[in-house]
Design a protein around this ligand. Sequence first.
Ligand code: SF4
Ligand code: SF4
Ligand code: FES
Length: 219
Amino acid sequence: MARITVDGKIIEAQEGASVLQACLQNGIYIPHLCHLEGVGDPPASCRLCFVEINGKKKPVASCNTPVVEGLEIWTDGEAVRRLQRTGLRLLLSVHKVECKVCPSNRKCPLQDMARFLGVRLKPRRFQHIHRPRPRLADSGLFDYRPDRCVLCGQCIRVCEERNRLPLLTFAMRGFDTVVASFPREDLEPGMDCRLCLACVDTCPVSALSFRPDRKDVPR
Ligand code: SF4
Ligand code: SF4
Ligand code: FES
């Protein structure tokens, strides 16, 4: 175990764990989205989990900063909060906020972060970007909502972890980026999305949902 200081308080953390994990395990909240506990290294793509570390000039992503004995960390500096608010506003600018009809309502990381950072959940009209809505390449089993998807990549990573090869991937670029699925012809026997659905369970914003009505769809 290593001893680190977070916001002036000394905590014990597993050496080699990330600063984000150490803080969360000790009840210190850091906004985050692409980190998925127990599933490999985070891609550090959501750019929300910033902290300041003594000796470093700029805030760093806490999810890919390992715990080292003696580290001194600040989670709530002005620069950190500015970056987090900007990151969250960017996500919300492409996310259709419709909490009342959303299955993620009340267990949603966007709601939690907006509350924590004092950011408006529903951006003003001119700050919102309407995205085109291409569907998953093979959308037979799933409904995919690009206007909800925040591109956290959790579905892709959990699928890869569970099935040893990802059946999902990011497709296209920039504002057009969506989650798409690979063709399924080469799946090993016994591999069947209907028996897994880890991606649907993992999606934090209900951008993926199962379509039980499509029993006819080949796996
Ligand atoms: S994902 Fe969260 S913020 Fe978005 S509509 Fe659902 S509950 Fe609301
Ligand atoms: S579908 Fe859900 S889990 Fe997958 S990238 Fe989009 S928001 Fe993340
Ligand atoms: S959780 Fe660290 S960048 Fe997403």
